[in-house]
Ligand binder design. Structure first.
Ligand code: 2HA
Ligand code: ZN
Length: 274
């Protein structure tokens, strides 16, 4: 089967294009990775042409030998649907989890996303925490969440509570809350370590003045999580633009009622009195 026709590659391409259409991927902004299932690797094994081993910039022994689809460094999300072979690639990790080789894609040269260390370290943490279920890591430059990082304190408990209050579905969609990474230089191991530390607890990590990382089991759940967080942020930006204070809101008591009826656990640390 041609790689780009495989269902998992089609799902990856559609998600990249959905993100572009949301306006989250100006120029080469954002990146996406998917941990490929062994049976999916089998479907496309005649397309695989292993290249040279190169350093990932980090160490993820828990992901030894795994295959990933990833967007290319400097590539534009808006081009993924038009020319996937130029914009994305499939890589394989070595047995130490320290080197990768491109096995398909990036036909005109290039390398995987500049945020590969963050993607891989998040995959390692989330794979363990989810018992192998999480497969998608997605980074986007979401306008409203970025705007909020200039006006809200950069604290997990503030971002979680404010985003939860903006839409009733939020505590059900991200009951563990969201983490916040202060401004850091992107692209390296240091920001990857900080992000993956938060990903042990959350499925969402906000990068101050930059964007969001989310993790999920499949393309629908992961895109849906990004979309829900960003939509809630948009409502908060609109609300703050109308007036600085809320006349009424969802209260800690309301959240406890919601948690009971929807059978989710909402940590009490986020249900503080203001
Ligand atoms: O340009 O989003 O964080 C890709 C990025 C880097
Ligand atoms: Zn970015």
């Amino acid at each position: 089967m041609k790689m780009a026709d495989a269902e998992f590659v089609q799902g990856f391409i559609r998600m990249a294009n959905d993100g572009w259409e949301q306006g989250w991927h100006e120029r080469n902004g954002g990146n996406l990775s998917y941990r490929v299932k062994p049976e999916e690797v089998q479907q496309v094994k005649d397309q695989i042409r292993p290249g040279e081993w190169k350093a990932t910039g980090t160490s993820v022994p828990g992901l030894a030998g795994e295959y990933f689809l990833v967007t290319g460094s400097g590539k534009y999300f808006r081009n993924v649907i038009l020319d996937p072979e130029d914009s994305i690639c499939m890589i394989q990790l070595d047995e130490a989890g320290e080197n990768y080789r491109i096995v398909w894609g990036l036909v005109n040269g290039g390398r995987p996303t500049s945020e590969l260390p963050s993607h891989l370290m998040n995959h390692e943490v989330k794979m363990t925490a989810s018992g192998g279920k999480h497969r998608v890591i997605y980074h986007a430059h979401t306008t409203n969440v970025i705007a909020l990082t200039f006006v809200l304190p950069l604290e997990d408990k503030v971002f979680t509570r404010e985003l939860w209050e903006m839409a009733t579905e939020c505590p059900v969609v991200f009951p563990d809350g969201v983490g916040v990474v202060p401004w850091m230089v992107p692209g390296g191991r240091e920001i990857a370590v900080a992000t993956s530390r938060l990903m042990k607890k959350y499925d969402v990590a906000i990068w101050a003045h930059h964007g969001i990382f989310v993790s999920g089991e499949d393309f629908d759940l992961t895109f849906g999580l990004m979309h829900t967080v960003e939509k809630s942020a948009e409502i908060l930006v609109k609300m703050l633009s109308m007036q600085p204070d809320k006349r009424q809101t969802i209260t800690p008591g309301n959240f406890r009622d919601l948690a009971r009826d929807f059978q989710v656990t909402l940590p009490e640390e986020f249900l503080y009195e203001k």
